[in-house]
Design a protein around this ligand. Structure first.
Ligand SMILES: *Cc1c(COP(=O)(O)O)cnc(C)c1O
Length: 146
């Protein structure tokens, strides 16, 4: 809702938590239409599918405003080079970018990458305090690293 108005839409994976598991929250709370795309086996949204899903500027259509990715997704870390390409594509096409990073600590630990690095390509990020963030081993890792 920080990125979209009523009648805007966000591009999101079919298996993304925000689309699949939140009771239609974006639509219910924000009047934001999801434009789901089938996730590839590695959890990514293929760039050509993102590109094809962005709607033309025409008042018949919802306004494509946001690309939402999730990392990790389905237990998989999104490849870093993919994240850069997808967010760059979104920016080129005038879309904002959001990362559902509820499980981003898992990605940070799995790839030995800082949270900052994982968050940098995005306009906004959400983290979840009830998931890996709260796990003692994640806190231990965080304390060692930073
Ligand atoms: C748990 C989870 C959420 C929701 O987080 P809450 O803090 O429980 O609302 C969103 N996205 C992903 C990927 C999650 O695992």
């Amino acid at each position: 809702m920080a990125h979209c108005e009523r009648g805007d839409e966000y591009i999101v994976g079919q298996s993304a938590h925000t689309y699949r598991y939140e009771g239609g929250g974006a639509a219910v709370l924000g009047s934001i239409q999801p434009q789901p795309i089938e996730n590839a086996a590695d959890g990514s949204l293929p760039l050509e599918k993102i590109s094809a899903a962005i709607k033309a500027d025409d008042f018949h259509f919802a306004r494509s405003k946001l690309l939402a990715l999730e990392n990790t997704i389905g237990g998989k870390v999104l490849p870093a080079d993919y994240v850069l390409k997808a967010t760059e594509l979104a920016r080129e096409r005038g879309l904002a970018t959001h990362l559902d990073g509820a499980r981003l600590f898992n990605a940070a630990v799995a790839t030995d990458t800082s949270l900052k690095q994982l968050c940098l390509p995005f306009d906004s990020v959400s983290l979840c305090f009830s998931k890996a963030w709260a796990h003692p081993s994640a806190r231990h890792w965080w304390a060692l690293k930073h």
